[in-house]
Design a protein around this ligand. Sequence first.
Ligand code: ADP
Ligand code: ASP
Ligand code: MG
Length: 420
Amino acid sequence: MGIIVQKFGGTSVADSDKIKNVANAVIKERLNGNDVVVVVSAMGHTTDNLVKLSNEITKNPDPREMDVLLSTGELISMSLLAMAIDDLGYKAVSLTGLQAGIKTENCHLHARILDIDTSRVKRHLLEGKIVVVAGFQGFCEESDITTLGRGGSDTTAVALACALNADRCDIYSDVEGVYTADPRIIHTAKKLKEISYDEMLELARVGANVLHPRSVEAAKLNNMKMRVRSSFKLDDLGTLIIGVDEMELNKPVTGFACDSSQVRIVICDIEDKPGNAAKLFNLLASEELSVDMIIQSYARNSKNTNDIAFTISKSDMAKFESIKNKINEIVNASNIYIDEDIVKVSIVGAGMIDRPGIAAKMFDTLASQNINIKMISTSEIKISCLIEKKYATQAACALCSIFNLDGAEMADVKGDLPPV
Ligand code: ADP
Ligand code: ASP
Ligand code: MG
């Protein structure tokens, strides 16, 4: 008998009928002869509503109290699912992050899992129970509740699967698998039968929110087989996420993603001397501000100064505003320019390694649409361009067409990119 970890996202447990549907999916896996551990997200938009509620109370909620509040969503769905499984004649027990032994860093709202004490989960499995665990939460010092960052239930599931040495971790969602692009935006995006950990990790990092990036990181590290599949089509095997050596790389680009959650900041006229970039980025790091793309311009001017541009998450803007004056003090900038009118479009593919011309093709495609590129960043298997927000959909269509990521001659667009 093996162990399968199943994770069901918010839409999969959005109402009581859907929770009953999940109970059936869990029992189906159990009838395959496996022990089953189930991780659940909060029902529907519960977490968004809890965030809204806190904003009605204060614009600056205490992170510890936010974690207490946000963790409640998953408690509702886990208990209802355990009841639904019981009702079908199977024994189930629901566990909070603390009860499931999920120990995290001593930090709130985006804690990393440090260790999982699986003894209680294993004991319940030995008792013949199906174990339902609240996703997205853990505990730190003094048993305080922590959360793992939005979308973090995927990471709970993979981390539990690794700690339990499970056979596979299945992430059930409202899509039938991982597609070449978000199928809600690019109507003709193609479902992938398989994708490598590295490609999935890059896609998740650049905006494909079908998986929490840290879940893919953990799966890769532990070589845990992961599937993304639909809660509503249980016979469909979805997409398998595996090591690159197990795959045939016959095309250079596997997927496209778009991220509209970033802001571009330009620090103008910093004196071109050793140590200035270090001072600037050390200050940002001390405020726990994560920086994504970075460009330093080479301005051959009489003042011997450069501009440094970088992007941060919109949700970190309040923190940035609070250190703006300090930045001015330490690097003596002439101006700090903030540009919120941007999106990052990215193409990802392990097959682009050692294949020249992919970047040129991406830039040509954007140029042919008269779209100006504001920033560029690359990794071995990813190219990202920052462009004006109004061109997001146009760029998505053109890039999906040119790199064969859609099933039509020209991508069929379902709607505009979602606002963040
Ligand atoms: P869950 O609540 O199940 O965790 P999410 O909303 O977090 O679901 O993730 C599923 C969503 O991810 C889909 O509804 C889809 O719009 C979006 N998505 C973005 N990029 C992709 C992609 N490349 N393939 C599949 N889905 C994607
Ligand atoms: N409920 C949390 C969120 O909405 C965690 C998750 O769904 O994975 O972000
Ligand atoms: Mg999710």
